[in-house]
Design a protein around this ligand. Structure first.
Ligand code: TPP
Ligand code: MG
Length: 345
């Protein structure tokens, strides 16, 4: 554990300091449970039809699949602080950000299943999700979220709108030139931008020590003269504390910030990953920091929930997800005649 659990006294102090409420923390717990249940349900459905020989083109969900089990606190520490008018640009690992931004689980699942009722009528798939009402977008191109979110932030500033754009990206993406270019422009133009680096220690199978000259992105960011925070990405309260400051600053026209959230993904880089690059012991060490159990433990210590209440929330989250998956599965596939509608060409 790289930040120890707060004592009871510290916990109450943090709750007061960060203006956390019983409702707010229970809602964070609920959203993290929904994300966990959603990702686990997708993993289960994705595996169907992919044995005995793993073939990405077979089964009810086709193509590559990147899940974010373990990384729930990063999304839930940031997105619920945003309004619908604020923009979020995510990555190839986007479901947790989408759900935390409020995207409907049914339409999200339907898009993942390639169905007509999906966010993009089944044409985007799991890595290309767009929700216009909620200003949510993502891209399978690593490093693309930085300039895309900066573009949205530039438009907000140009029009004088008090809106904020958030770019999520992995620590591997931060090695792309787009990170440096975006930081430079965002500071120069004081864009209402928050960059969240979700450092899960690996870019595909490459551990960060083998790919990054500087292990901490907040240090890179500091070179561009902007506030940068290093937070425990397995602790939703820690992520939220930095996010609140960064979002407030951006909304007030005081420029961009970077948040580096250190976290861990429990599943492979993609479903089907042989995961030969890490050990079971390492995974178990990180599982001991599980963001959902840690928040559950704190809710109990605060007297805001007991085991029954937490179990009820978990069961309700599973029900929401089961309904979303059922909606996706009973939805029709897109009509081939509409293949060229709603796309550039
Ligand atoms: C421009 C580009 N280069 C390479 C890839 C292939 N690729 C997909 S995910 C990935 C690793 C990304 O690592 P990181 O940014 O740390 O995100 P994580 O997968 O850990 O969430 C790579 C190299 C890609 N999709 N886009
Ligand atoms: Mg990574």
């Amino acid at each position: 554990m790289w930040k120890p659990e707060p004592s009871d006294v510290d916990l109450r102090y943090l709750v007061e300091q960060d203006q956390l409420t019983e409702d707010g923390l229970l809602q964070a717990y609920r959203t993290m449970c929904t994300i966990r249940a959603f990702e686990e349900a997708i993993a289960e459905r994705y595996a169907v039809g992919k044995t005995p020989r793993f073939d990405m083109a077979s089964g009810p969900i086709r193509g590559e699949m990147h899940l974010a089990v373990g990384q729930e606190a990063v999304a839930v520490g940031v997105c619920p602080l945003l309004e619908a008018k604020d923009a979020v640009v995510s990555t190839h690992r986007p479901h947790h950000h989408a759900l935390a931004k409020g995207v409907d689980p049914g339409r999200l699942a339907a898009e993942i299943f390639g169905r007509q009722t999906g966010l993009c009528q089944g044409k985007g798939g799991h890595m290309h999700l767009f929700d216009r009402e909620l200003n949510f977008a993502c891209s399978g191109i690593v490093g693309a979220s930085f300039p895309q979110a900066a573009g949205a932030a530039f438009a907000f500033r140009h029009r004088g709108e008090p809106r904020v754009a958030v770019a999520f990206a992995g620590e591997g993406a931060a090695n792309h030139g787009t990170f440096a270019e975006t930081l430079n422009a965002a500071v120069l133009w004081q864009l209402p931008l928050v960059i969240v680096i979700e450092d899960n220690l690996y870019a595909d199978s490459t551990p960060k020590w083998a790919g990054l000259a500087q292990p901490h992105q907040f240090q890179r960011a500091l070179g561009y003269n902007l506030p940068a925070y290093l937070v425990d990405g397995m602790d939703v309260m820690d992520v939220r504390r930095a996010a609140r400051r960064a979002i407030e600053q951006a909304r007030q026209g005081r420029g961009p910030s970077v948040i580096e959230a250190v976290c861990y993904r429990y599943r492979g880089h993609f479903e089907g990953d042989a995961e030969e690059y890490r050990t079971r012991e390492e995974l178990e060490r990180w599982r001991a920091l599980d963001p959902i159990s840690r928040l559950g433990g704190r809710l109990r210590r605060l007297g805001w929930a007991d085991g029954d209440r937490l179990a009820r929330i978990e069961a309700e989250a599973r029900d929401v997800v089961a309904a979303a998956v059922a909606f996706a599965e009973r939805s029709p596939l897109p009509d081939p005649g509409e293949a060229l509608t709603g796309v550039f060409g």
